[in-house]
Design a binder for this molecule. Structure first.
Ligand code: ATP
Ligand code: MG
Ligand code: FE
Length: 356
């Protein structure tokens, strides 16, 4: 089976072709991604209107490139999938409409993918992970702990009640005068800073519900920064190190709470999976590795290029659905909001029979 996947929910335009071999093992044939970071950098964040226009300008080239690099024609595809949300609606419409038009003219099935579901299923593309598993999704827009029980069977155990973790990294960086996107910059500064110099809060640590809160931590960085201002290079490095150490503590404590909550909704997890752009952070990876080892779990962290937004994850989620016989109507709407909990996979009766 071979699926084209299109992604345009935020600031990456992406198209990819993924196929499964006769043993059902996945292969990424192409994964073309064009980041708009440079176009948004001057504003210190993603500007929705600029994002939507930028997707329109490049999407057809990216689809052509994905097919070209994969060495396949439209005829050799089994379906066309696109992220239908959640995300910035102008961008979502661009990718979704492109996929629908391609499905219509080629006569191939169309599959509408929830962007979060695609992040959630990525570990099955990069590693052989069986259901169920615990997913920690940490990106610029999302911070969630999810019990992944099957395709279309997700239980959100916890989420952030204010900022996403990536957003907290980006806002902290901006406050300290570091360039956008701030995550990698903060990590770089933290390497040479003193993580114990500033006593910062660990919001919600110790609570049973595996939720997150980041805005108080970000405010505490601002207050400490103002207290020692004007900031020297050492002050900035120490603030970054102290901030990152607090985030690491929060992630470990909240994930531990997530593992406890997991037991109430599923059998023992087969892995702890970390996805999203923040999963690129070395200190966070190391701490989660230790937590997984302590808990007797395998830690799965897809490579950074598949952790951040990409087309292969959309193609793969499409393939997981297609092989269950789940496809969508061309009337599938673009959605700005689309909670992962509400995603289902309605397996048609004939397909369910064929499986057994
Ligand atoms: P979403 O996928 O939720 O719609 P997004 O596109 O912003 O949002 P990603 O592209 O997955 O998310 O990740 C980008 C985020 O990851 C940014 O907030 C960025 O600062 C953060 N990030 C990237 N690298 C690092 C790092 N080394 N340390 C911390 N944060 C990082
Ligand atoms: Mg992004
Ligand atoms: Fe994403």
């Amino acid at each position: 089976m071979r699926v084209l996947g299109i992604e345009s929910t935020c600031d990456e335009t992406a198209a990819a072709v993924v196929e499964t071999d006769e043993n059902g093992r996945p292969h990424i044939l192409s994964n073309a991604v064009l980041s708009q970071i440079a176009q948004h950098a001057a504003y210190g964040g993603v500007v929705p209107e600029i994002a939507a226009r930028a997707h329109v300008e490049v999407i057809d080239h990216l689809v052509a490139r994905a097919l070209d690099e994969a060495g396949v024609t439209f005829d050799e595809l089994d379906a066309v999938a696109a992220a239908a949300g959640p995300g910035l609606i102008g961008g979502v419409i661009v990718g979704l409409t492109t996929a629908k038009a391609l499905a219509l003219v080629t006569g191939k099935p169309f599959i509408a993918i929830n962007h979060l579901e695609a992040h959630a299923l990525t570990p099955r593309l990069t590693d052989s992970v069986n259901f169920p598993y615990l997913l920690l999704l940490v990106s610029g827009g999302h911070t969630q702990l999810v019990a992944v029980r099957g395709v279309g069977d997700y239980v959100r155990l916890g989420t952030t009640i204010d900022d996403a973790i990536g957003e907290a990294f980006d806002k902290t960086a901006k406050m300290l005068g570091l360039p956008y996107p701030g995550g990698p910059e903060v990590e770089k500064q933290a390497l040479r800073g003193n993580p114990e110099r500033f006593a910062l809060p660990r919001p919600l640590n110790g609570r049973a519900a595996p939720d997150f809160s980041l805005s108080g931590l970000k405010t505490a960085v601002r207050v400490e920064g103002e207290r020692v201002s004007p900031l020297s290079a050492t002050d900035i490095a120490d603030l970054c190190a102290s901030f990152q150490a607090a985030v690491v503590d929060v992630i470990v404590d909240r994930t531990r709470a997530g593992l406890r909550a997991f037991r109430e909704v599923a059998a023992r997890p087969n892995a702890l999976v970390v996805a999203g752009g923040v999963a690129a952070n070395g200190a966070i990876r190391a701490a989660l590795h230790q937590l997984a080892t302590e808990s007797g779990l395998k830690l799965v962290t897809p490579p950074p290029a598949l952790c951040t937004d990409n087309g292969a994850m959309i193609a793969w989620a499409g393939l997981e659905r297609l092989r269950l016989g789940v496809t969508d109507d061309l009337s599938a709407p673009a959605r700005a909001r689309w909670p992962l909990d509400s995603v289902k996979a309605e397996v048609p009766a004939e397909a369910a029979e064929a499986e057994t």
